[in-house]
Design a protein around this ligand. Sequence first.
Ligand SMILES: Nc1nc2c(ncn2[C@@H]2O[C@H](COP(=O)(O)OP(=O)(O)O)[C@@H](O)[C@H]2O)c(=O)[nH]1
Ligand SMILES: [Mg+2]
Length: 350
Amino acid sequence: MKVGIVGFPGSGKSTIFNALTGLTKQAGAAGKARERLGAIKVPDPRVERLTELFDSRKRVYAEITFIDVAVRPEGAGAGGGLDPQIIQAMRECEALVLVLRGFANPMLAQPPAPASEMVRFREELILTDLIPLENRRERMKKETGRDRERALIDRCIGRLENGRSLLGAEFSEEERRLLSGFSLLSGKPLLCLLNQEEGDFPVGIPEALRAQAEGEGLPLMPISAKIEMDISTLPAEEQAEFLADLGADTSARDRFIRKSYDMLDLISFLTTGDDESRAWPIRRGTPARKAAGKVHSDIERGFIRAEVVGYDDLAIAESFKQARDQGLLRLEGKTYVVQDGDVINFRFNV
Ligand SMILES: Nc1nc2c(ncn2[C@@H]2O[C@H](COP(=O)(O)OP(=O)(O)O)[C@@H](O)[C@H]2O)c(=O)[nH]1
Ligand SMILES: [Mg+2]
């Protein structure tokens, strides 16, 4: 799962990336377009408990990979469009996190203007998406047939020309397939992070920004990159104290991961045994057989059935045997829709 942290220079992307991934290089480096990759393990106490219960040799958390993508200043808003390297990096992401500068950056003359950064960024995505769609429409003029694709492209272009992103547009399965080749950016889930002055955090989202995010249907989360950086370097026990002093119950890292999960409509199912206890991220609504394919393609192919017990039930029963004896273990077929926290043992045959 790849999520891009994007935004204008000096908004705090690298600082946030470092705080979230625990990496420390390169904060403050000016305007580098090249991406850096870092993985976050999704904290999950269920994995820890299962590791204890089943005495697993390994524990493996779900992971989200973040990339740090700088939008060049000359790229955005100046009519020049986004840099092709940046566009490519964003195309490869399943979701985008837009960092908005809400603090006074001494390196930049302009005061913070997060609401207008949000508008500019969305406009850039819209302009970027129009190019391949218009090219396609032009080429299709010489062809006949393909009426459905033609209508779809007209509909997308019309929407974008009205200044509306593709996020929230309704598409059928077939339409999604037709559009997938364009790797459009404005349809990707987008989380806005307002990077605030330490003193403003965690209150004080400007009303104009809040209204605008709401109007566009975008989730908005306040963060102070500076505080998060400081927190991420503290030992675990002190982190909790620090947060309590701030009046926050969890770190931005945890809230952020939860938001990303939400935004991507992700849940985790679990597997456990001597070898490992592990969380697997999947899209909500995934059937059992497809979920099995996350573990191994052989298990998907040879799928027979899934033995499923909810995590809470298993934590009380403390073993599969007792869960079975207590009638808590269910046998499910390939179309069963996997739920968050399902502990699954796949039966398969290759
Ligand atoms: N006061 C303050 N400074 C910050 C904050 N976040 C980042 N900075 C500073 O702003 C500058 C730019 O940050 P950086 O993460 O490199 O921005 P990027 O260009 O978006 O990657 C650096 O000097 C950071 O130390 C913040 O929350 N508060
Ligand atoms: Mg940077």
